[in-house]
Design a protein around this ligand. Structure first.
Ligand code: PLP
Length: 384
């Protein structure tokens, strides 16, 4: 049996190069970057090298990067900062297909008395520009729209959306946790005010992230304490992980162009092979405009969880588009927002590749997948 990991939107393997870059900072190079002595000074230098590397990936300036503990902290910080720095404005615009790291933050601010507009999407998960424009009001403090969706891979038109917000003097935040490192992002030409990213989606370890804050944007700290990160994020820096993120960003810069072609080719082969060999299967999302590594496929009249369990027994790791709420399996909020029919939404699987996915991996999955669905359909209680 082969082990095939196709759940890279959940988390990625730490690259050997990233691990090698980190190890000295878990060993002899343990100084505190805030210390005055040489011991700390060389550590501070390593942090700044990592910051510059990450900034280069986004075409940003190093002093626009704040290291955080994860994408979730970056999202929380962006909201905190935007709302605390404009207390007179009480309205937020977001979408129905955001990650819980944004949706649950919105719900928190709703309980604090804010009004939130959740923009809907069409069948392919796309936003409607007219609906977006209608939602923007003089009371809007913040727009938060993801760069790319974690479940179906859709890429949102952040360039246009941020321009429209800016023309109206509204701050624009994007959760780019799934986009950074996979597709080019050039913040020199995009009026995004804040952008969240996370290390463990780009082959750095879990527990490190960053928030980009455009120069000149008013900022309010979420974590208060020491003066680290120029007083913008208190807490002694997680140096080894910051160094790891810097190396991961460098590797993304080096490999992105190649990966966008190679990984997409494998993804397309996988998707095509599944659709051709399994009747009543459909791809969810905007296939014209999505991440190169992601496909989300629904199989009629089967349970996604059952597919996952059978794939797992074959050594294949994937993810399902449903969540267990109060004992029953509910299709994910993203597929629900897209209006995927119930008997398809239940049998949804997300397959997400990485630079470490091989052609043999895909051949193995293609050989095993039809049998899994056939078996499950033969015992399924759902029939037409
Ligand atoms: N935003 C998106 C779109 C994600 O996919 C994830 C993780 O799955 C997060 C935010 C949260 O990132 P982290 O796990 O670093 O907190």
């Amino acid at each position: 049996m082969r082990n095939v990991y196709l759940d890279n939107n959940a988390t990625t393997a730490v690259s050997p190069e990233v691990l090698a870059a980190m190890l000295p900072y878990l060993g002899d190079l343990y100084g505190n970057p805030s210390s005055m002595h040489t011991f700390g000074g060389q550590i501070a230098e390593a942090v700044e090298t990592a910051r510059a590397s990450l900034a280069e990936l986004l075409h940003a300036s190093p002093d626009e990067i704040i290291f955080t503990s994860c994408g979730t902290e970056s999202d929380n910080t962006a909201f905190w900062s935007a709302l605390q720095s404009q207390p007179e404005k009480r309205h937020i615009v977001t979408t129905k297909v955001e990650h819980p790291a944004v949706l649950n933050v919105c719900q928190f601010w709703e309980r604090e008395g804010y009004h939130v507009t959740y923009l809907g999407v069409d069948k392919k998960g796309r936003l409607d520009e007219a609906e977006y424009l209608e939602a923007l009001t003089p009371d809007t403090a913040l727009v938060s729209i993801m760069f790319a969706n974690n479940e179906v891979g859709n890429i949102y038109p952040v360039q246009k959306l941020s321009e429209l917000a800016h023309e109206r003097g509204i701050l624009f935040h994007t959760d780019a946790v799934q986009a950074v490192g996979k597709i080019p992002i050039d913040l020199r030409h995009m009026p995004v005010d804040m952008l969240s990213l996370s290390g463990h989606k780009i082959h750095a370890p879990k527990g490190i992230g960053a928030l980009y804050v455009r120069k000149g944007v008013r900022f309010r700290s979420y974590l208060r304490g020491g003066h680290q990160e120029h007083g913008r994020r208190a807490g002694t820096e997680n140096v080894p992980y910051i160094v790891g993120l810097g190396m991961a960003a460098q590797l993304s810069r080096e490999f992105m162009q190649m990966e966008r072609v190679d990984v997409a080719m494998l993804r397309d082969k996988l998707e095509r092979g599944i659709l051709e060999s399994i009747p009543d299967s459909i791809v969810n999302g905007d296939t014209e405009n999505r991440l190169p590594n992601t496909t989300n496929i629904s199989f009629k009249n089967v349970e996604g969880e059952a597919i996952l369990l059978m794939l797992d027994r074959l050594g294949i790791a994937a993810s399902s588009g449903s969540a267990c709420t109060s004992g029953s399996l509910e299709p994910s909020h993203v597929l629900r927002a897209m209006g995927v029919p119930f008997n398809y939404a239940h049998g949804s699987i997300r397959l997400s590749l990485s630079r470490y996915t091989s052609g043999q991996d895909i051949d193995y999955v293609l050989a095993e997948f039809p049998g899994v669905i056939q078996t499950l359909r033969s015992i399924s209680p759902f029939k037409d």
